[in-house]
Design a protein around this ligand. Structure first.
Ligand code: CAA
Length: 281
């Protein structure tokens, strides 16, 4: 199977790594906005795969095979021979719609088009693609090489056969798939991001400082990391965008983004990617 990944951020790079290591996939084509971004993402992926080999998690042979099948470029037209295309660009509805409309020029009806969106509508993306039955959500979690879950999102017209195919593929990638009907935030983000938003509220009210809020959830609820460190890992721009989707789609005030979260984004304190969020990196 040949797979194209569109994007070059944390998620695109992590998903590329997962695919390269899998025996199910014969070629991985990473497509970014520029050649430089594509190369940077390929290099990060190669570095992480080599590290896995050094740690003995995969053999040297597996690592070199994984790297041999990885290609990168900035030409959308190279998706032409793909069996599966995974979109993992910025979490912005308009940007994704523009990309899918462009993609429609290059694809045949049999290719499966998956979006790694964390909360946006698969049905809307499908509306600009030639075969809406083959359009589906494939939502990996950050860090993609570590987190087992993949939400398979069923849009209004997604064919059951496509869902079944992706259940098999994700299991073969070593992941745990769950099938989710399209709904704002799907399952995980509908619970997880409001929890992060609540942690921001607790911080803003001065109930506890950031370290103690995180310590409380790590040691009081056995979370692997505290909600504010997790906010920084996900990215506050993504957290805000998901809260806005939940609020706009449901109209429910319980999903209102906390003004401090908004302020953090305006200050470009996005988390690990800008080296400053609720903590410094
Ligand atoms: N990329 C790849 N590998 C990573 C990594 C990263 N960003 N961060 C850590 N790892 C690896 C480490 O190399 C290490 O591997 P080895 O065991 O082979 O050495 C392993 O993960 C454990 O790492 P650490 O010992 O450094 O730290 P840890 O035990 O605290 O684990 C963690 C780190 C896996 C991130 C863990 O804290 C965790 O599970 N946190 C919760 C993450 C989470 O909830 N993610 C979902 C976010 S929501 C989302 O993604 C959806 C969305 O749409 C927004």
């Amino acid at each position: 199977m040949e797979v194209s990944i569109i994007g070059s951020g944390t998620m695109a790079t992590g998903i590329t790594q997962v695919l390269c290591i899998s025996n199910e996939v014969s070629k991985v084509n990473l497509i970014a906005r520029t050649e430089e971004k594509a190369l940077a993402s390929k290099n990060t992926c190669a570095k992480n795969i080599s590290r896995l080999a050094r740690k003995g998690k995969i053999s040297e042979e597996q690592a070199s095979f994984a790297l041999e099948k990885l290609y990168c470029c900035s030409e959308l037209a190279t998706v032409v021979n793909s069996d599966l295309i995974i979109e993992a660009i910025v979490e912005d509805f308009t940007a994704k719609m523009v990309l899918f409309a462009k993609l429609a020029e290059f694809i045949n009806e049999s290719v499966i088009i998956a979006s790694n969106t964390s909360s946006l509508s698969i049905t809307a993306f499908a509306s600009v693609l030639p075969n809406p039955k083959n359009v589906v959500g494939l939502h990996f979690f950050n860090p993609a090489p570590i987190m087992e879950l993949v939400e398979i999102i069923v849009g209004h017209e997604t064919a059951f056969a496509i869902v079944e195919q992706l259940q098999t593929l994700t299991k073969n990638l070593g992941k745990v798939p769950v099938v989710v009907q399209e709904a704002p935030g799907f399952v995980v983000n509908r619970m997880l991001i409001p929890m992060i938003n609540e942690a921001v509220s607790i911080l803003a009210e001065g109930v506890a400082n950031a370290e103690d809020i995180d310590k409380a959830m790590k040691f009081g609820a056995h979370h692997p990391m505290g909600p504010l460190a997790l906010a920084d890992l996900i990215g506050n721009d993504v957290n805000l965008s998901i809260m806005e989707t939940l609020y706009n789609e449901t109209g429910d005030p319980k999903y209102r983004a906390h003004p401090l979260l908004r302020k953090m984004v305006r200050a470009n304190h996005l988390g690990r990617k800008t080296k400053k969020g609720f903590f410094e990196y």
